[in-house]
Design a protein around this ligand. Structure first.
Ligand SMILES: [Zn+2]
Length: 164
């Protein structure tokens, strides 16, 4: 059975491409995919890099290309759009919930308020026990996109996906 290659099909396939760093999230949930264009068996996908210089971007494109080619597209073109820049505000609610279940504190509030939040050094709620009695241990967690925190209640350390 040959499935019809259309825009909906591309979104559906892209929603199965995991973020290389946080495999519970798809590139769509992360808000990286901006636009999709389909003409017969050619797909064009516009993506916006997350954190600039994030090494994951090359993987994003490679994974998107292989996922679409495997599913019937002969030609896949990736466009990169830098403007407007990606912001954590583009992450879906589903993405935020999945992050938390994965043990990473999702970005707090909207990006435009994040500097204020950091300036005041407000605690980030612990993704495990919800306690707000937490402190930042390091500006950088497992990757540059995250900072490392410790919960004073359950004593667990956790990554916080920085709000940008
Ligand atoms: Zn905790």
């Amino acid at each position: 059975m040959v499935e019809e290659l259309n825009i909906e099909k591309v979104w559906e396939l892209l929603n199965k491409v995991p973020d290389p760093e946080i495999p519970v999230l798809s590139v769509v949930e992360l808000g990286v995919v901006r636009d999709v264009y389909v003409k017969e068996n050619r797909a064009e996908v516009t993506i916006t890099p997350t954190y600039s210089g994030c090494p994951a971007m090359k993987t994003f494109s490679d994974d998107i290309i292989s996922q679409l080619k495997k599913n019937g597209f002969e030609e896949v073109i990736i466009h990169t759009a830098y403007n407007p820049p990606w912001t954590t505000d583009w992450m879906s609610e589903t993405a935020r919930t999945k992050l938390k279940e994965y043990g990473i504190a999702p970005p707090q509030g909207l990006a435009k308020n994040s500097l204020k939040l950091f300036a005041k050094n407000l605690p980030i709620p612990c993704p495990r026990c919800e306690s707000t009695d937490t402190r930042r241990i390091s500006e950088f967690g497992s990757t540059a996109c995250k900072s490392l925190h410790q919960c004073n209640t359950c004593l667990d350390t956790f990554d916080y996906f920085k709000c940008i």
